[in-house]
Design a protein around this ligand. Structure first.
Ligand code: GLU
Length: 444
């Protein structure tokens, strides 16, 4: 069977790093098995869903390079839900209820007070047709619950957590449909997973108890449930479920100069027993993706680790991958010279400005200024050849090491550190370099 995974965000906000991680894993799982990765927009909650978030989700996935092989949206599939609902209704697997939120809350408190689990007591199941008719006559519309089968424990072999077992008698029959006819998440998700041919549901462990319920829904709809896997949640580097992670999304990463490759490489392996490495090649990440390496402990998301990985990936980036984002005129030789000195790609523009000039003349002592005047003269013979220039100067002046190199670097770049001068000098060019040496020799 061909693997089909899906990423099913609700467009009630932008994606945060936890959602992005789920998307990355579903994408990798599909890639590894030569399968398909689908995007499903869970927009049954029309009050909270917004079109701008749908667009932002698509744009974020595109930026991450996680291109879906198909997209569905729940708001366009209501007829499908209606049809499945009618089947469940005919089979007696859904039932009408009228309790208000306050009544349910009271029932829960009473149960807890008696030391019982706060499970819905199925009082509405006892209503007769006459009772329902009376409610209807009084203008009371029902909401609907799914009737759990209490006969047997619910079991599945979770891809991350191993064998799972739930006692349905300890669970409330879930409300699946509101009195106004709108849908809650639980049932439409199952109907869609069936219709979309989803073979693997990989999501956060906050969905484990939903899975127990949904397995019964698959069975009630005469379909074998997909494979389920629930990954441990992400926590901040300080080890706590941080609020901050909830607001950390693609916009924040882009602003910080994080490349999608870095985020994907980190999230692919964070919380697994495999090392997080600067792997730009998605095929390698997909081949090595393995649910059995996922740990049960929360995965720690460390922004400094991300920044380090980002820099390591940039240092290996070929020119073709970045050309469109470099300043005009910055060619491959310049990129390869500057690349080792950038932490984020935007730094390349700063170094490029140093190549193109002007640079501020450093404040130097008389000795150094005399030395630079000599360097300017020497450059007329050596040209933009760093080895020739410094070799000649060393011989003529007896300077070596820092005394030889630092005044030259300061005069040529205005900084005391930076890219390899042997590569940088030809980029600056002999005429401009001579002008900078002369300027530094005059300044004081
Ligand atoms: N829309 C649900 C959520 O955002 C999807 C959960 C699922 O993967 O089934 O949590």
């Amino acid at each position: 069977m061909n693997t089909v995974t899906r990423f099913a965000p609700s467009p009630t906000g932008t994606l945060h790093v936890g959602n992005i991680r789920t998307a990355v894993h579903n994408w990798l799982l599909a890639q590894k098995n030569g399968g398909r990765f689908l995007l499903r927009i869970d927009d049954t909650d029309s009050a909270r869903s917004r079109e701008e978030y749908v667009e932002a989700i698509r744009a974020d996935l595109a930026w991450l390079g996680l291109h879906p092989d198909g997209e569905e949206r729940q708001s366009a599939r209501l007829a499908l839900y209606e049809e499945a609902f009618e089947r469940l209704r005919a089979a007696g697997r859904v039932y009408r209820c009228y309790e208000t939120a306050q009544e349910l809350d009271l029932k829960r408190k009473v149960a807890l007070g008696r030391g019982l689990p706060p499970v819905y007591d199925r009082a509405a199941l006892k209503l007769t047709e006459a009772d329902h008719a009376a409610k209807a006559a009084a203008g009371e519309a029902p909401h609907w619950r799914f009737l759990l089968d209490h006969d047997e424990p619910i079991r599945w072999d979770d891809g991350v957590r191993g064998p799972q077992k739930f006692d349905p008698a300890q669970m409330s029959d879930p409300v699946i449909r509101r009195a106004d006819g709108s849908w809650l998440y639980m049932l439409p998700s199952v109907i869609d997973d069936i219709a979309m041919g989803v073979t693997d549901v990989l999501r956060g462990e906050d969905h484990v108890s939903n899975t127990a319920t949904q397995i019964q829904m698959f069975t009630a709809l005469d379909t074998a449930p997909p494979h389920f896997a629930h990954e441990a949640l992400l926590v901040g580097s300080e080890g706590k479920l941080s609020k901050r992670l909830g607001s950390l999304g693609v916009a924040a990463f882009r602003e910080r100069g994080i490349e999608p490759q870095a985020l994907v490489a980190l999230l692919a392996r964070l919380g697994t027993s495999q090392p997080v490495e600067a792997i730009a090649d998605r095929a390698v990440l997909a081949e090595t993706f393995n649910l059995s390496t996922f740990g049960r402990a929360p995965a720690r998301f460390d922004e400094e680790e991300l920044a380090r990985l980002n820099t390591a990936l940039i240092h290996a980036m070929p020119y073709a991958d970045v050309a469109g984002r470099l300043p005009p005129g910055m060619d491959e030789a310049a990129w390869l010279t500057i690349r080792p000195n950038v932490a984020v790609l935007a730094d390349a523009a700063d170094w490029w400005r140093i190549v193109t000039g002007p640079v501020a003349a450093p404040v130097l002592g008389e000795d150094d200024r005399a030395f630079l005047a000599q360097a300017a003269a020497t450059l007329s013979d050596s040209g933009a050849d760093w080895a020739a220039l410094t070799g000649a100067l060393k011989e003529a002046t007896g300077r070596k090491g820092k005394a030889l190199f630092l005044p030259l670097r300061l005069a040529l770049t205005g900084r005391d550190h930076g890219p390899d001068m042997a590569s940088l000098l030809p980029l600056i060019g002999a005429d401009e370099a001579r002008a900078r040496l002369e300027q530094a020799a005059r300044a004081g």
